[in-house]
Design a protein around this ligand. Structure first.
Ligand SMILES: Nc1nc2c(c(=O)[nH]1)N[C@H]1C(S)=C(S)[C@@H](COP(=O)(O)OP(=O)(O)OC[C@H]3O[C@@H](n4cnc5c(=O)[nH]c(N)nc54)[C@H](O)[C@@H]3O)O[C@H]1N2
Ligand SMILES: Nc1nc2c(c(=O)[nH]1)N[C@H]1C(S)=C(S)[C@@H](COP(=O)(O)OP(=O)(O)OC[C@H]3O[C@@H](n4cnc5c(=O)[nH]c(N)nc54)[C@H](O)[C@@H]3O)O[C@H]1N2
Ligand code: SF4
Ligand SMILES: [Mo]
Length: 892
């Protein structure tokens, strides 16, 4: 058996001082190029790569902070079996034996892989080959099921293939950009910046934002259509009718290249646009603008995909572009922005349970035979495997008996997360490959395998505009961590398939993959990168970002301006789609629509971004956006805690009263986990309703009940070391000098000092206290050698104090001001961080606006540097300005 280490891959220079590596950002699907420079102390500084076509030198706050998230703190450095560190030979042998035994006894469909759009293409290729060609099942699905599946389904129905027609520069060339269900400002910030720059240069350009919620993105928009959740199909059906009525159909294009126009229009005419809840004038203004503007790009994201009508929403949008022929031409077309850095690569390489590699179809016998022969494999999966929600149901029902989770954290991110947690707990054999051992999912595994991360691994990723870029490791693998592709090859070899998995470098994997894509080309499919089938190691190392296809005759470019679709007929399909409301209907028991999504500075389940103090200060606690009318009805004041519940789960969240959400709707971010909070794992509340076509869960429209959480006490704590919060409610965040925690519970601790010593683990530190039992106030500061080590502030109401100021006092000589929780006159409190790059707080900005008379975002930049590096905070700076200046203007 060969379970040992393979010879590894990219040699890392012995001396890292001053070495700059050209790589790609670890986070979103914009796919920005990064220049990472190491120094001899192991620090890494990052800059945007000016030569990368996605970002041309820009980075957002998360990209800029990549260097702060790569410390080895908390890293998994050795394989673990049942929580005990072991060596690779034993771990690999155990995984291989258990998978083999399960397959032998219960058949190939009794095992499954659940993988991720954050795997590199080479990792993905090996996973897909192992499951579909050697194990012989298609039970491999990816977190992209929660993310891109509806777009994939919509593309395939309309175009015959999962092809993205356009490219990023289209949004700069467009005269109208419509953002549907996309908070581009926070989730694809560099694309947003490109859009904002284009609009500033060409003020005639219009931006429309379609989102039930007002977001940072809405601030750029000329028009914000706050439609009712889930009503996008009706909105775009209404648009199709207007396209027809205003004679904007491109009849040449439709006659030559499109099927299904009449049926789609008949269905659209039956649409009741009033379900959008929008005023007729707003709708007409939007329709007139769209119909009257030739160069229109429609960008869409999770407000479209994560819906039980996700695929229909996608096709409703595509219908409008097909009817007008506004597709695949400069400045026009639909653009589904991808979430994860390799969401697109995963779609290409066959990461989803219902496809083969290279855009070949699992249900097409000719495709299957070709792939089978190419792999020279013992078997080939001949039917689609289980999609994510069904897969975890099958795990829960005991039908899947061995599960391997790689590079994703389903106990946090899957809908009905507690059910998923129970399923994983009850599964006979669970393997998790991750960088960290303490994720909510890894904690439940029988075997945890240490994987290399962004700074250490090599391979390729594809971004939203079909651009393939190299991700390059620049630090050595820590401890015994191995690359994901390598771990899977180790296991595949141990299962008896040595020659098929005898890869020694990612370049070898990539060459095989590129060669295989030639099959796709021969079948007349779109995904063909066979032009790279012979790249040498050196060429692979210096591979420049390149848009596919990459063949002897064609590189990159747009699709579909000239027809030539990948359907059987060669024509595109317009689909007759009709509005279906979200599956969960608000009831008396659960009257609120529960919308979920992202914040600017955190990435998903925060396993990396929570390690950066800068990124943790923008929004340091999970929260619930509630409309003021609802807050009044529910008896909730700003900063109170609310209990949010339904049949699946319960969460306690801080209330943020805001009219960004409509009455009857609330919004919570998806990021908080069991490591960072007591009950911020909000996917426990999301019902696993799925789109019938794509299998994508409706993560944006569960229904919940809300009630005030009756806290007997609230607390705020800071500590130089990680504290162990003991309270029914807690949320933990990193600060520059330690950690901060929000706390609350029904019954206050009887002995504040004993409680505080326990959570801070400071049994002997000197303490200064101010306790007023009658008013329920407690303030305790712990000092060692005159230096502040920790402090706790508690009250019967939400604790009002200058949090950033108190957090910054840690490690400093104690001053009498500590217990007041407020800075003296000479030391202003910066407040919550707005600009993460220069660490500029909200209070600093508001004071400067007031005292220096600043009237523009650029002026704030000049005065405070805020917004002058990555620019991710510019939308918030603009909002602060508007809010600060409006009352004055109105008074004048
Ligand atoms: N900062 C940050 N950026 C990220 C990520 C991250 O974790 N953090 N993750 C990346 C990933 S994997 C993804 S998939 C993308 C997601 O990027 P986005 O899709 O832009 O982000 P979300 O916040 O999930 O959802 C977008 C919006 O959909 C709206 N919405 C809800 N229901 C509806 C509806 O029925 N119709 C319409 N039109 N809109 C609706 C929500 O109010 C929300 O503002 O972000 C990527 N970028
Ligand atoms: N309610 C709600 N739920 C959602 C969403 C939503 O909008 N609302 N969005 C959904 C979407 S679009 C997405 S994409 C998912 C994301 O959800 P997840 O994929 O679960 O989130 P991540 O935190 O990105 O998980 C990645 C895991 O892989 C680990 N990791 C990082 N790099 C590597 C590596 O190179 N190798 C290995 N083996 N491990 C690595 C990280 O430590 C982390 O544990 O969440 C989905 N869930
Ligand atoms: S926009 Fe930000 S998170 Fe996305 S790839 Fe670029 S730098 Fe990374
Ligand atoms: Mo995603």
């Amino acid at each position: 058996m060969d379970g040992g280490a393979d010879p590894i891959v990219t040699p890392k220079p012995a001396n890292l001082d001053g070495v700059t590596t050209r790589t790609t950002c670890a986070y979103c699907g914009v796919g920005c190029g990064v220049l990472a420079t190491t120094d001899s102390a192991g620090r890494v500084t990052v800059k945007g790569d000016p030569d990368h076509p996605a970002n041309l030198g820009r980075l957002c706050s998360k990209g800029s902070a990549l260097g702060e998230t790569i410390s080895l703190e908390g890293r998994l450095l050795q394989p673990q079996v049942d929580g005990v560190a072991t060596d690779w030979d034993r771990a690999v042998a155990t995984v291989a034996e258990r998978f083999k035994a399960t397959i032998a006894e219960h058949g190939p469909d009794s095992v499954a892989f659940y993988v991720s759009g954050q795997l590199l293409t080479e990792d993905y290729y090996v996973a897909n080959k192992l499951m579909k060609g050697f194990i012989g099942s298609a039970n491999i699905d990816t977190n992209s099921r929660l993310c891109m599946a509806s777009s994939v389904a919509g593309h395939k129905r309309a175009f015959g293939a999962d092809t993205v027609p356009g490219q990023y520069s289209d949004l700069e060339e467009a005269d109208l950009v419509v953002l549907v269900g996309s908070n581009l400002a926070w989730c694809h910030p560099v694309l947003y910046q490109r859009l904002a720059a284009a609009k500033a240069a060409r003020p005639g350009m219009k931006v429309v934002n379609v989102d039930p919620r007002r977001t940072a993105t809405s601030d750029l928009a000329d028009m914000h259509l706050a439609l009712r959740p889930g009503s996008d199909v009706a909105l775009f059906n209404g648009l199709l009718v207007q396209i027809a009525e205003q004679d904007a159909v491109n009849t040449d294009y439709v006659n030559s290249f499109v099927n299904g126009f009449d049926a789609a229009l008949v269905e659209a005419r039956m649409a009741d646009i009033s379900v959008t809840g929008l005023q007729l004038e707003e709708l007409q203004a939007f329709y007139d603008l769209w119909v009257g503007t030739e160069k229109v790009v429609t960008i869409y994201s999770q407000g479209v995909n994560q819906s039980s009508a996700g695929a229909d929403k996608v096709n409703a949008i595509l219908n409008c572009h097909l009817a007008t022929g506004r597709i695949g031409k400069p400045g026009m077309g639909p653009l589904s922005v991808t979430g994860q850095p390799n969401a697109m690569g995963g779609r290409e390489v066959g990461g989803l349970a219902n496809m083969l590699a290279c855009h070949l179809d699992i249900e097409n016998p000719a495709h299957r035979t070709a792939v089978h022969e190419f792999w020279d494999s013992p078997v080939i999966a001949d039917k689609p495997g289980l999609k994510a929600v069904d897969m975890f149901n099958a795990v829960g029902e005991g039908k899947i008996k061995a599960l391997w989770v790689m590079c994703t954290n389903p106990v946090v991110s899957m809908p009905e997360a507690d059910k998923v947690k129970a399923a994983i707990k009850g599964c006979d054999f669970v393997v998790v490959s991750d960088m960290f051992a303490d994720t909510d999912t890894a904690k439940l595994a029988d075997i945890v395998l240490p994987a290399t991360g962004w700074a250490e691994k090599d391979g390729t990723v594809t971004n939203s505009e079909r651009c393939i870029s190299r991700q390059k490791g620049f630090l050595p693998a820590p401890g015994e961590a191995r690359h994901d592709w390598q771990i899977m090859c180790n296991v595949a070899k141990a299962m008896g398939w040595a020659s098929a998995f005898d890869f020694h470098s990612p370049a070898e994997v990539f060459r095989e993959y590129a060669a295989m894509s030639g099959i796709s080309g021969r079948f007349g499919r779109d995904f063909d990168i066979s032009g790279l089938a012979d790249v040498s190691e050196a060429e692979y190392q210096s591979l420049k970002p390149t848009h596919w296809p990459i063949t002897k005759t064609r590189t990159g470019g747009r699709y579909f301006a000239d027809g030539s679709f990948f359907t059987g007929t060669g024509k595109a399909n317009m689909l007759a789609v009709s509005y279906r409301p979200p599956q969960s209907i608000p009831t008396e028991d659960a009257p609120y629509i529960f919308n979920t999504g992202r914040v600017r500075d955190h990435w998903h389940t925060m396993t990396r971004t929570a390690r950066s103090a800068r990124l943790s200060q923008h929004l340091a606690e999970p929260y619930l956006e509630v409309h003021p009318e609802d807050a009044l009805k529910l008896g909730l004041k700003p900063a109170d805690l609310a209990e949010v519940s339904n049949a699946h789960g319960r969460s306690i969240l801080r209330v943020l009263v805001t009219d960004r959400v409509a009455p009857g709707q609330v919004f919570a971010p998806m990021h908080w986990t069991g490591q960072t909070s007591s009950s911020g794992r909000i996917d426990t509340l999301v019902t696993a309703n799925v789109d019938p076509v794509s299998g994508q869960p409706e993560s944006k429209a569960a229904t919940v009940a809300i009630a005030p959480y009756k806290a007997g006490w609230y607390g705020f704590a800071v500590c130089g070391d990680a504290l162990t919060p003991k309270a029914e409610y807690w949320a933990l965040a990193k600060t520059k000098s330690g950690y901060r925690a929000e706390l609350a519970g029904r019954k206050a601790p009887a002995d504040w000092e004993a409680y505080a010593r326990q959570i801070f683990d400071l049994p002997n530190a000197q303490v200064v206290t101010y306790i007023d039992e009658a008013r329920g106030l407690a303030r305790l500061a712990f000092l060692e050698e005159g230096v502040l080590r920790a402090a706790l502030f508690a009250a019967r109401e939400p604790v009002a104090l200058a949090r950033s100021y108190v957090a910054d006092l840690l490690g400093q000589g104690a001053s009498p001001a500590v217990l007041s929780g407020r800075p003296g006159e000479d030391q202003p409190d910066p407040g919550a961080t707005v600009c993460a790059c220069f660490d500029v707080g909200i209070n600093t900005i508001l004071t400067a606006i007031e005292t220096k008379g600043l009237t523009s975002v650029d002026a704030i930049g000049e005065a405070l540097n805020a917004g002058t590096n990555c620019g991710s905070c510019k939308p918030e700076l603009a909002t602060l300005l508007v809010n600060a200046l409006t009352p004055k203007a109105a008074a004048e």
